[in-house]
Design a protein around this ligand. Sequence first.
Ligand SMILES: Nc1ncnc2c1ncn2[C@@H]1O[C@H](COP(=O)(O)OP(=O)(O)OP(=O)(O)O)[C@@H](O)[C@H]1O
Ligand SMILES: [Mg+2]
Length: 332
Amino acid sequence: MNNNPLHEIYEELDNAQSESKRALFDTPLMKKRLSKKRQMEERLFLRAQSVHAEIPKFTYKAARFEEVWLLDSIGGLYESKWITDVLSKVKGGKEASVYLCAAGDSVADKLVAAKIYRPRTLRNLKNDQQYRQGRTDLDSEGKAVIKDGDLHAMAKRTAYGEELRHQSWISYEFVSMQKLFEAGADIPRPYTLASNALLMEYVGDESASAPTLNEMRLERREALALFERVIHNIDLLLKHEIIHGDLSAYNILYWDGQIKLIDFPQVVSPHTNPNAFAIFSRDVKRVCEYFAKQGVDSDPRRIARDLWAGYGYPEKESVPRSLIDADGMDDR
Ligand SMILES: Nc1ncnc2c1ncn2[C@@H]1O[C@H](COP(=O)(O)OP(=O)(O)OP(=O)(O)O)[C@@H](O)[C@H]1O
Ligand SMILES: [Mg+2]
């Protein structure tokens, strides 16, 4: 469980260091927050010092505050020998950072990827509610949260409730990946879930991680084959009652001529989410848009309708424009 308030401070400090945000600190409210932040910074500084003394000597040299975040998130994976070293940061993003790690003996591969979630994942996530509708929250073991007190805390959005929601978000990614990997989907193999991190197969090699599809220009022939493969995966997910929910060329890795779908925390169910068909159609549309630029023309509406009808999921004729048009590939 990610219940360490210092993670929040790490993020604040991160933000404060960005020049563009500095002007924000001039308002009275922000001044008050700043003073609170200074107190927290002192606490974090002490914690950072103790962490520095206890941290294993990773090859990757994290910044001071990042080091705390890293150790708190994946220290357990190191202690339980899932990983033996952190080698580099693959990508630092708004929702999560991914690190390349050396794997322990229990993993067949030499390299693994650790995805560490930023605490602000939930706060910044656009329309987070649209994905949560009809979704039972999960605990750190992937079991449904059923205790009244926990449900109440989540509904009231208390600090504890937010932790549970954060955990549920992470658990959904892991549980869905387990299910899909077993089903034979083209996704990185998930290994284990730590307090705030997911350990999975690394796609790439020592010198470079796999690019995402949006960075690639494909020959038409290859584009056609990969398009069919992506649609096959979308169909396989649907068959297993999973809609990705944020699928686009940004969440598909390309390596050695193969694709791997990634980034699953927002998955929705075709049965229980009231906007399931709209969310599904948007995934299909974004994929088709990318492949159209690679010379593969298709009819996304028809593809979405046909796949959907193939499983007899609830008919949803109207697709709200806001869902289809908002947050398109070009807005990213
Ligand atoms: N298994 C992996 N192997 C290699 N690279 C990976 C792997 N998983 C993720 N990445 C890289 O890390 C990036 C972020 O991962 P992911 O898409 O899962 O997180 P995210 O929530 O989208 O984060 P953000 O929104 O901050 O980009 C990916 O775009 C990809 O470049
Ligand atoms: Mg992503």
